[in-house]
Design a protein around this ligand. Sequence first.
Ligand code: ADP
Ligand code: MG
Length: 847
Amino acid sequence: MTEQHFQGLTSQEVKKLQEKFGKNELVAEKKESFLHKVLHVITEPMFLLLIVAATIYFILGEPRDGAIMLIFVVGIIGIETIQEWKTDKTLKALKDLSAPQIKVLRDDCEKIINSCDLVPGDIMFISEGVKVPADGVVMKASTLAIDESSLTGEAEAVWKVSKENCDSNDADYWRKDYCYAGTLVTQGTGIILVDKIGSATEYGKIGQDVISAPDNPTPLQKQTSKLVKLCAIIAAVLFIIVGIVTYFNIPDHAFTDRLIESILSGVTLAMAMIPEEFPVILTVFLSMGAWRLAKKHSLVRKLPSVETLGAVSVLCVDKTGTITMNKMSVREVWSLKNDTNTLTKIMGMGCKPDAYDPMEKSMITFCEEGGITRDILFGGELVKEYAFTDELKMMGHVWQNHSDITVAAKGSPERILTICSLTDNDRKIAEKKILEMSKEGLRVIAVGQMKISEESNIPDKLTECSLELCGLIGLADPPRESVKEDIKTCTKAGVRVVMITGDNGVTASSIARQINMPNSDKIITGDELNKMSDEELRERVKEVNVFSRVVPEHKMRIVKAFKENGEIVAMTGDGVNDAPALKHADIGIAMGKRGSEVSREAADLILLDDNFSTIVETIRDGRRIYDNIRKAIGYVFTIHIPIAFASLLAPILGINPSSLLLLPLHVVLLELVIDPTCSIVLERQPAEDDIMERAPRNANEKILTTKTLTKSIIQGVVMFGASFGTYYAFLNNNSTNAPLARAMGLTIILLANVLLVNVNSSDSDYAIKSFAKLKKDKVMWTVNFGTLAGLAVILYTPLNSFLKLAPLSLSQLILAAVISAVSVLWYELVKVTKNIRKQSKYSYLSQ
Ligand code: ADP
Ligand code: MG
């Protein structure tokens, strides 16, 4: 059967079928309705408080205040809904980008489509590493083996045959000429006619809901929701205290008035205390972070990984393709019998005719350059294939040309030499040559052949052959140019780079030396690893950075050893067998280009360009994002202090409820400013200069450390002192002019807020510098100017009477500006002393 028989579907047919059968998904994606979203927003405690406050205004017979309150409420719903909608959109786009894909035949040409768009009748192509996306009939199979353990529990892979070659008519439920969704291709290729999709598949029938695993809250989200709850409890307690105090403060009012005023001041305080921005910060920062990473070729599949990235302390990477360019070229050819021509020819015959492995490609090119064409190499009939496995590390082809049968084998020299018949002297010469080539950093491949007289004499396994050694091939795969610099960066950042390779130790060590990896001469080989106990391995990994001749199963042990030493491990992998190690690592990184579908599915992160530099860049971004979250949480904490304290202290000082610094209206107004300021300005903060010069963050560290908390409280208290003090002084001066006193206090808080964002953008860089970094950023300008413009509007337009504010004179405005500047910018002096101390420590160290 030839491929012309397959025509595939046309676009029109696909469209019709899609309408009929829907998407190839186990469960249809649930869409949250707009109403649902709004409902979600208004059932939050903050919202209920707002509604209570607005209602009270209406009951009080102040519908104007109630109405303004409601407008603010709508504003906040608006901001939250837009933010949520944007986050959802971002996350959906990310999901789409990392969705599994499959090659199909449509409109007479091969296309890659998202697996969810498959329809019954499609012709799909599967190959090693693919997770079968739908049920279908095998039309053509070439050494196609499928692991069906996810369905049948059978560990052994099943050899599939095409429909017409299937002789078994037995009543076996699981057919040999049929592929099942959810199973895994471990070897070979096949052409499949899709029969059933989505929940109609056997996999779908079982109802295994693996695909739509719910997005669990991240560790940070759990931490902050605890924090929010704690604040809410404190708020509830203070609500009662403030309510009672207020009640006794106004004995001259009527009972209902007293009651309403006390509830109102309690509500104000509660509103001021609940840091409802925390969860918003997390989702926005993490999803925006993931989005920014995607633009830099690193696709985050699981949101919590964005947090974990910043804590990575060990980076285990494959050598070939990640550290090196994966551009192999034949550098050296050494023939045992001085017959380079035969050596080259056998080497070529040992390659796959449709080679996709860069090494085999370069070998075939080398043959062609030497005048040995593909016709000479692959002209005969391929009668047997000894497949490459990671354990064997060699492979072979048996070619028949008329009566001439030749085994052409190639692979790692250690393995090939064990099946070669050689004189002791020849073996010594070969071994010496192998070492010589390896030391130059070349990948050494041994090539051997065997003549066979009759087809029936072809051995079943490669290991049963007795080869004649033709010679050795030395292939160069130079390290990527940027790797040296990246290793330096990682070392400075306290991130250890560990190289893992199937190549031999000498080659690996030579490459490690070329890129200046520390301890490049210390190596653990796969064989040594097999003999080591877990405890021994745990000790050894403390200093060894190169693992050679490993098989994917070893990666799992390496990850475990590092994790048990308390490290946070990122591990790359591309093969089918790498999946368990990728899952086990804190950050599993799959390759977008050369990786298998299965490894991508197991990974937390997909590297679209397979480049080591991108990993380093991603870690840097992970640190930046975490830094910014920390800054934002600190900022929110700080800014809530003057607001909460004002509401708390006023009743205690016996201030008349109508003269309060912050009426509920003003609290809502401030909340309206805080949310966008932090989530927009702080999310955009670029990385600090020393971000890759710090040690990795301790993964168990709380987001709000004692240090951050102390800083936030001090900053907040100073701001409170400045705003409330000024307000109180003005009020004592003229107790009838509460609006003026309030305008002073509010202006100070708002101006201080703008300054605070810039001061808290960095712990060590001065505010001016952080500001300058974003000076081309329109959004930041918009937010800062927006706040100032907003302030002008509420002070100097008729709106001021609605908001119970009085316009400030120029000198009052300047006074407010100076006070707010002092109340925030003092922290710049702390930075100065910090930097001086750091400087002197540094110069002391460098002496
Ligand atoms: P890496 O982890 O560096 O990618 P591999 O696992 O791909 O290494 O290869 C390990 C070893 O297996 C190689 O050093 C080589 O000796 C052997 N090998 C790899 N691919 C082939 C091949 N196509 N034919 C023969 N030998 C191979
Ligand atoms: Mg490889």
